[in-house]
Design a binder for this molecule. Structure first.
Ligand SMILES: O=C(CO)[C@@H](O)[C@H](O)COP(=O)(O)O
Length: 231
């Protein structure tokens, strides 16, 4: 199991104010976030449409140096992989059922100098990892059905996390186990105890910054870390 100090918190910018995206990203990173989680939706693989490589490039140009974790919810995936490599992504993850050639897509990501990952919807079996564990740097378990922020954590994901953690530990590869969907201050410790080491949180973080609480991001990130310390 990953050491507690290795927990990473990745705010999902899906819940940020897109009209002030650069400032929003600066503020969550200044408040102690580790990674920028970047949700790409195509209104085909998932029923929503968000942002593409130009926005990733713009964040790099704006001065963001933190890792950018690009979650591709698109089909097909390979063209977007090349574009996000060029745009400055750090991690690129995709859904295996959205790629005709999973091994090739993983290799494309690594050949471009990025870390590669597979994403599992709540009902997608972990068996997609068979035969490609050596090409994976990240396993991302969705704890909601993809497409929207603000949904509730699906409790069955805890058992799936335990199963994924066992697979990763048995593989002896250096693979991060990320969880995405409905992560909050009151459930993050239980999620960590089930094996996750990287935590995407959208609404929990971005809803914390309000006019009445200008330090909301600091407060919620401290609360998430304090909860993780108990895991
Ligand atoms: O990829 C997705 C949704 O498809 C997520 O990254 C959500 O954006 C997480 O939002 P919260 O559940 O934390 O509000």
């Amino acid at each position: 199991m990953t050491a507690a100090h290795d927990f990473l918190i990745a705010p999902s910018i899906l819940s940020a104010d897109f009209a002030r995206l650069g400032e929003e990203v600066d503020n969550v990173l200044a408040a102690g976030a580790d990674v920028v989680h970047f949700d790409v939706m195509d209104n085909h693989y998932v029923p929503n449409l968000t942002i593409g490589p130009m926005v990733c490039k713009a964040l790099r140009k704006h001065g963001v140096t933190a890792p950018i974790d690009v979650h591709l919810m698109v089909k097909p995936v390979d063209r977007m992989i090349s574009d996000f490599i060029e745009a400055g992504a750090s991690y690129i993850t995709f859904h295996p059922e959205a790629s005709e050639h999973v091994d090739r897509s993983l290799q494309l990501i690594r050949d471009g100098g990025c870390k590669a990952g597979l994403v599992f919807n709540p009902a997608t079996p972990l068996s997609y990892l068979d035969y490609v564990m050596d090409k994976v740097d990240m396993v991302l378990l969705m704890s909601v059905n993809p497409g929207f922020g603000g949904q509730s954590f699906i409790p069955g994901t805890l058992n799936k996390l335990r199963e994924a953690r066992a697979r990763i530990d048995a593989s002896h590869y250096d693979i991060r186990l990320e969880i995405d969907g409905g992560v909050k201050v009151d459930n993050i410790a239980e999620i960590a105890a089930a094996g996750a080491d990287t935590f995407v949180a959208g609404s929990a973080i971005f809803s914390a910054h309000q006019a009445s609480d200008p330090h909301g991001y600091d407060t919620v990130l401290k609360q998430l870390r304090a909860a993780l310390a108990t895991a």
